[in-house]
Design a binder for this molecule. Structure first.
Ligand code: ATP
Ligand code: MG
Length: 167
């Protein structure tokens, strides 16, 4: 199981220097123990790419907010920037493999396509909300792992209904 708060804290450390160079502040606001089932390395790849994008497409002296909340049976992570944003025309294509609004920015245009696939492999969804010149919010929803689902199966057998014959 993966604690997304811890994972995002790790990512903030990894990308600190990159953000600092452009005077971009990384902020995290998370509930405690936002647990999901899955592969920590793959999920790290997802959020590394999303935060990397947020830094890359933000203006200097701005801030990026990472918000983690619980909504029903889901953990919801929002990566919010106040950067260049994406036009409506481009919004439908940014998750396509190799699509980049401006290829001169470097990279390969694969980050979002890979992130989306990895989120879906974890039974989640990735949504993009953006407005040109205003900023972008990426929303990732993943099924929440409840505390009771973490208990050892052997401990749970005592709670199984008694199936012995009653007559
Ligand atoms: P790579 O991730 O392979 O290094 P990339 O960042 O260009 O390259 P994606 O992460 O797939 O590729 O993003 C595709 C395109 O979507 C970007 O090139 C950019 O045009 C746009 N985009 C992605 N995230 C943002 C964002 N936070 N703000 C503005 N535009 C964005
Ligand atoms: Mg990218």
């Amino acid at each position: 199981r993966v604690d997304l708060k811890e994972l995002l804290q790790e990512i903030m450390l990894n990308l600190w220097t990159k953000a600092e160079k452009r005077s971009i502040e990384l902020r995290l606001d998370s509930v405690d123990k936002p647990l999901v089932e899955g592969d920590a390395n793959r999920l790290k790849q997802v959020f590394l790419n999303l935060v990397d994008n947020a830094i890359k497409f933000s203006h200097e002296n701005s801030a990026i907010d990472l918000l983690v909340s619980i909504e029903g049976n889901n953990v919801v992570v929002q990566v919010h920037d106040t950067g260049i944003g994406i036009s409506e025309d481009h919004l439908v294509r940014v998750k396509d493999r190799f699509f980049q609004v401006d290829p001169l920015n470097g990279g390969t245009g694969l980050g979002l396509a890979i992130s989306q696939q990895l989120v879906e492999l974890h039974h989640g969804i990735l949504l993009i909300q953006s407005e040109l010149g205003v900023g972008t919010t990426i929303v990732v929803r993943l099924p929440r792992l409840e505390e009771e689902q973490m208990t050892d199966v052997s401990q749970n057998t005592s709670q199984l209904p008694d199936v012995s014959p009653t007559e």
